[in-house]
Design a protein around this ligand. Structure first.
Ligand code: PMP
Length: 433
């Protein structure tokens, strides 16, 4: 495997100093600042296929893929052409277009739960709006979420403090009022009993239950079949709206998302990332009777100056076309299994306590001896070992997520040779920890 300095190069360092004077922490979204692993983030100059190129001219195999969207690989000609063509016709109208209906049709055809959809600009907007619609449609206030699940920076969902028992939410961020979190109930992922108990206790007050149907935001954590059955059964029985946050999993773990993969259909679904083909676009949708509550069909307010933006819609449509007509999913499964097995063996050989969780092309090597089923499990990992692994991999030209609590993603262009190069690099790096 190749050898690079296991730190950011001089041009990235200078760029970060400049950025830090201008923007909080030098970045426009916190995960990028490498806070969890220490050191200076790599500044990216361009990307192509499975690779990122930084300011210092170094090439990396990309296992972040813009935190999920780039399932086709970077800068793919059909997507770039669609973007250019759309942009040449004007970048925003604030009026309806036929292209929006085309993307809506593609989404509705792909995602089992979606009969009607609204386009927005980010995953955060999608979840924020879905929660509002669920509350408006049910006339109830309480929302259940799971600790370690991230749904964007929505005030009422920026609450992760929880134990196995239901607790009233305590906000995680300064600036989020107690009021914003007080109708949020936080439970532990995969805890069936906690779900049964909370619905028995206050089922008639619960507007919605929202979850990541495969978690990416505490590292990759898979749901058990019993857990999926419990959330579907209990929400149906008590008239609460089940929301799958498929911002990460949509068009990723199957074309129709986790709901297709697991055969469990929620009432509402939120989308982001892949649906915008690398442009800022999100979506929320669900049963027609629920979506008809949204203004101007109904009374629940939700709007956006740039919503349905023609350039973003063109990128999303082109991406979904390729995923439908030339589906990469079998190959992603094969490469995912190869990488998961390879990382597992590499860590075993190195004598490192670990567990690997993988669902298709999402995965995490946890520096933790026990299976990870919920946040309390994920929290047990050896963060220092993870940091050394991260920088070791940078030194081999492999760009992994810079936190133990983020899943890696790869694209259809990560072929056998690239996966094997990654496993070789991990074998050397882990043996040296
Ligand atoms: N939901 C999930 C499951 C996510 O992973 C994210 C982003 N990582 C969001 C919502 C928020 O999306 P965005 O960053 O586009 O606002």
């Amino acid at each position: 495997a190749k050898e690079l300095p296991a730190t950011a190069g001089p041009l990235s360092q200078a760029a970060f100093e400049r950025a830090s004077r201008l923007m909080p922490g030098g970045v426009n979204s916190p995960a990028r600042a490498f806070g969890a692993v220490g050191g200076t983030p790599l500044f990216i100059e361009r990307a192509e296929g499975p690779y990122l190129f930084d300011l210092d001219g170094r090439r990396y195999v990309d296992y972040i893929g813009s935190w999920g969207p780039m399932i086709l690989g970077h800068a793919q000609a059909p997507v770039i052409e669609a973007i250019s063509k759309a942009a040449a016709k004007g970048t925003s109208y604030g009026a309806p277009t036929e292209a929006e209906s085309r993307l809506a049709e593609q989404i509705i055809e792909a995602v089992p739960s979606i009969e009607k959809v609204r386009l927005v600009n980010s995953g955060t907007e999608a979840t924020m709006s879905a929660i509002r619609v669920a509350r408006g449609a049910t006339g109830r206030d309480k929302v259940i979420k799971f600790s370690g699940n991230y749904h964007g920076h929505v005030d009422s969902l920026l609450v992760a403090a929880g134990s196995a028992a239901a607790t009233l939410g305590v906000p995680d961020s300064p600036g989020v009022t107690k009021g914003a979190g007080q109708d949020t109930i936080v439970l532990s992922y995969n805890d069936v009993e906690a779900i049964e108990n909370i619905f028995a206790e206050m089922g008639d007050q619960i507007a919605a239950l929202i979850l990541e149907p495969v978690v990416g935001n505490m590292g990759c954590v898979a749901p058990t079949p019993e857990f999926l059955k419990a959330i579907r059964d209990q929400t149906t029985r008590h008239g609460a709206i089940l929301i799958f946050d498929e911002v990460m999993t949509g068009f990723r773990v199957a074309f129709g998302g986790a709901q297709e993969r697991f055969g469990v259909t929620p009432d509402m679904t939120t989308l982001g990332k892949i649906v915008g083909g690398g442009m800022p676009l999100g979506a929320y949708g669900g049963k027609a009777e629920i979506m008809n509550q949204v203004l101007p069909a109904g009374k629940v307010f939700q709007a956006g100056t740039l919503s349905g933006n023609p350039v973003a819609v063109a990128a999303g449509s082109a991406t979904l076309d390729i995923l439908k007509n030339d589906p990469p999913y079998e190959q992603l499964e094969r490469m995912g299994k190869r990488l998961a097995d390879g990382l597992d063996q590499a860590a075993t050989k190195a004598g490192i306590p670990h567990t690997v969780t993988a669902v298709g092309s999402m995965m995490t090597l946890f520096f933790n001896a026990n299976p990870v089923m919920c946040w309390d499990d994920a929290d047990q990992c050896d963060r220092d070992a993870f940091g050394r692994y991260f920088w070791g991999m940078i030194g081999k030209g492999i760009y992994m997520p810079c936190s133990q609590f983020e899943a890696l993603f790869f694209s259809r262009l990560h072929d056998e040779a690239i996966i094997d190069e990654t496993i070789d690099a991990a074998t050397t790096v882990l043996a040296g920890l």
